[in-house]
Structure formats: structure tokens, C-alpha cells
Design a protein around this ligand. Structure first.
Ligand SMILES: O=C(O)c1ccccc1NCC(=O)[C@H](O)[C@H](O)COP(=O)(O)O
Length: 199
């Protein structure tokens, strides 16, 4: 079954909406963003999150100790790296947080070499400008040598997610496509999930 991640939750009401949906992951953005949350805010969101849903911390070139702290406090279950984090950074993070899955966001372009991030557990394929609601050229997908399971991200909406599923990603990751006026929209979240689940 395709995994679903709804990214950029920042209000307790967003979490309440996600709790009622069949999603596997929600994302808390710690990077600079209009969706950014502080560690104390994320702690409160996580406390409200259903135990069936995993929380993914989204970081851009952040300090490894900050990620380790959020893992140890059980604020995040997965670390998603959206910057220029290299294999050495990922290995260091793995050493400190051996049981935490690490996902690497990769900008999809011709000939990208996925083997450079050998220690990650999963890729998040997007347009290189996280959370902007823009798609990359999906026709490149069949040409890539992707070495791990991947989430398809960037510009997904309830209207286009069925087309995204034809590439059989491990999961789909949405943020802007389930928002209205910059806030998560419970009806769009629900519609997105029902399109993925075919219900
Ligand atoms: O969401 C953000 O504001 C953000 C900021 C900086 C780095 C990454 C960010 N989001 C990462 C995500 O996981 C998004 O879900 C993903 O890129 C899809 O976003 P969207 O195109 O809006 O659906």
C-alpha cells in the first residue's frame, strides 16, 4: 500500500485532522519556512498525534545534535534532510540515532547519482525547492537508477496524485496541494487520501 505523508503541519487542528485519516506520516518543518515549527511547538504537536502515525522532522543543513535531541525526546520518528547533507553527515547522524530512518530529499534532474547517499533509508524526490508546490519533470522518473524506496513529492494535489501513483512510488508526500490560503485544509487532506486509497 502506498504510504502517505502530509507535510508542514503546524497547528493542533492540523494534527486532529490528520489523526482521522489513513496516513502513515506527517511532517514538521524545522527549516526556515512559513510552516516552520520550534521544538516546543513540535513537542506539543507530537503529543497530540495518533500513535499510529509517525512524525517526520524536515531539516535543511541543520546541526546533527538538534536532530539527535528531537529523536531522543521522541518528537520525531524519522529525519528528512532537504539540504546539501552528504554521506559523511548521514553516517554521523546514523551513528547517533541508529534506529531512526533517514530520508534524503533529492532534486530530480538528468543523471542524478543516487549512490552518493548510500546510508539513507529512503529518498524524497522533488523539485529542489521544498514545499513550493511545484512539480519536477515526472517523465524523468523511469530513466533514473533509484537505489532505495522513494516518496514522490513536489506539487502533488488531490487532482494529480492518481497520475503520480502510476510510477509506483513507495509513498507520496504533499504539502501545498492540501492547503487553502496557506493553511492545511482538512477537506483537501481527506480528498487527497481518498484518491490515493481509491475510496
Ligand atoms: O514545506 C516547507 O516549507 C519546506 C521548507 C524547506 C524545506 C522543505 C520543505 N518541505 C519539504 C516537504 O517535505 C514537502 O512536503 C515537499 O517538498 C512537498 O511540498 P509541496 O510541493 O508543497 O507539496
Amino acid at each position: 500500500m502506498t504510504k502517505i505523508k502530509i507535510c508542514g503541519l503546524s497547528r493542533l487542528s492540523d494534527v486532529d485532522r490528520a489523526n482521522g485519516l489513513a496516513v502513515e506520516y506527517v511532517g514538521f518543518v524545522f527549516a526556515e519556512s512559513r510552516r516552520q515549527v520550534t521544538p516546543p511547538q513540535a513537542e506539543a504537536l507530537k503529543a497530540r498525534l495518533s500513535s499510529d502515525i509517525q512524525s517526520v522532522g524536515v531539516f535543511v543543513n541543520d546541526g546533527i545534535q538538534k536532530i539527535e535531541w528531537l529523536v531522543n525526546q521522541h518528537v520525531i520518528d524519522v529525519a528528512q534532510l532537504h539540504g546539501q547533507e552528504d554521506e559523511a553527515y548521514i553516517q554521523e547522524l546514523k551513528k547517533l540515532c541508529p534506529n531512526t530512518p533517514i530520508w534524503k530529499a533529492v532534486t530530480v534532474e538528468n543523471g542524478v547519482d543516487f549512490t552518493q547517499w548510500d546510508s539513507v533509508d529512503c529518498f524524497v524526490l522533488d523539485n529542489g525547492a521544498g514545499g513550493t508546490g511545484e512539480r519536477f519533470d515526472w517523465s524523468l522518473l523511469p530513466t533514473l537508477q533509484i537505489t532505495k524506496p522513494y516518496f514522490l513529492a513536489g506539487g502533488l494535489t488531490p487532482e494529480n496524485v492518481e497520475q503520480a501513483l502510476t510510477f509506483a512510488p513507495y509513498g507520496v508526500d504533499v504539502s501545498g496541494g492540501v492547503e487553502t490560503d496557506g493553511n492545511k485544509d482538512g477537506n483537501k487532506m481527506k480528498l487527497f487520501v481518498s484518491k490515493v486509497r481509491g475510496i
